[in-house]
Design a protein around this ligand. Structure first.
Ligand code: UDP
Ligand code: MG
Length: 314
């Protein structure tokens, strides 16, 4: 029977959480009357994750297992899962470390049944250290103020998405994926549900600082034209200031024959504008890089092998 709902779960080096995850998912599926499929996406793990989830996929028809040819990153792993998910009604996206409780499916599904196309989790409390919490809060507020679409505050990818919106996301060819933004962009009826984000079941975060920054950059540069407009604004302000100063210097010269003093000020202005110019080139570069990668039109991910209905493909 075709599943009604798919749960898409990306996994990168999660050998210590897979067992627990499997248990929780089985419990959930055993208590549900709905047909549920789990899509486990191995994002090029170097540990035993692949081996472990293959064993699950081969012994349990409810699991579809997808293995990417290398580590493509969380957002692309999700993308792959969304493409292969068969759920005809909706797809739920969640992390593999049990930070997003799978049991919320019931609550999300209620909203879905009441006509919402996207039901996403809003993190009430983060069980993470202060610095990480603070940076997340700042980032989401910055993103909201800059973004062209209304990306909800304090929510990640954890959500239940209708088949219609999943198909729309799958049809977006953008190379640089920011799923929560793309999800918001589609529109329709969306609603946030508060939940308490748990601590990781085991192991450490698989997001390196570099990957986190990349995600934050993608959020801002893929969904905002503010940075590039900022350059123009700084340029206009700089021209106005220098114009005012030139007029002042000219008047001083003509009426008092005085040459303005200030070597230090000169150095200051030169270095400051040198900095602003480099920053501006960097901002333009961000957009150019995105165009560069997009025009290559490479596939977004490569599937090495797949288990579906206990048959190994690829
Ligand atoms: N993940 C992935 N590819 C990566 C990094 C992470 O598939 O390159 C998965 C990871 O296994 C987890 C989810 O994405 O299931 C969220 O990652 P993590 O828990 O490390 O992020 P955090 O919760 O610390 O933001
Ligand atoms: Mg996590």
């Amino acid at each position: 029977m075709e599943p009604l709902i798919s749960l898409v779960i990306p996994l990168y080096n999660e050998e210590h959480t897979v067992g627990l995850l499997n248990e929780r998912l089985n419990q959930l599926m055993d208590t549900q009357k709905k047909e549920i499929e789990v899509v486990l996406v191995n994002d090029g793990s170097q540990d035993r994750t692949e081996e472990l989830i293959y064993a699950i996929g081969m012994s349990d028809y409810r699991y579809q297992v997808l293995s990417l040819s290398r580590n493509f990153g969380h957002q692309v792993a999700l993308t792959a899962g969304l493409v292969y998910a068969k759920g005809s009604e909706a797809v739920m996206i969640l992390d593999g470390d049990l930070q997003d409780p799978p049991e919320l499916l019931e609550t999300f599904y209620e909203y879905f049944k009441n006509g919402y196309d996207v039901v996403y989790g809003i993190r009430k409390k983060r069980k993470e250290n202060f610095i990480k919490r603070l940076s997340y809060q700042l980032f989401y507020r910055l993103l909201k103020s800059l973004s062209l679409v209304d990306i909800p505050l304090d929510s990640g990818d954890f959500s239940l998405i209708s088949r219609k919106v999943v198909d729309l996301i799958n049809s977006m060819p953008e190379e640089s994926r920011f799923i929560r933004g793309m999800r918001a962009w589609t529109g329709f009826k969306q609603i946030g549900v508060e939940y308490e984000r748990q601590a990781r079941a085991a192991g450490d975060s698989k997001y390196s600082l570099k990957a986190l920054f990349k995600l934050a950059y993608n959020g801002i540069f893929n969904f905002s034209e503010f940075p590039i407009k900022l350059i123009t604004r700084i340029g206009i302000v700089a021209i106005l200031i220098s114009l005012a100063y030139s007029i002042y210097a000219l008047i001083m010269k003509i009426t008092f024959n005085a040459v303005p003093q200030g070597f230090t000020a000169l150095i200051f202005v030169i270095t400051m504008f040198g900095g602003i110019q480099l920053l501006s080139i960097g901002i333009i570069g961000e957009y150019v890089t995105r165009i560069f990668f997009q025009t290559k039109q490479r596939p977004l991910f490569i599937v090495k092998s797949r288990i579906s209905d206990q048959k190994l493909h690829g």
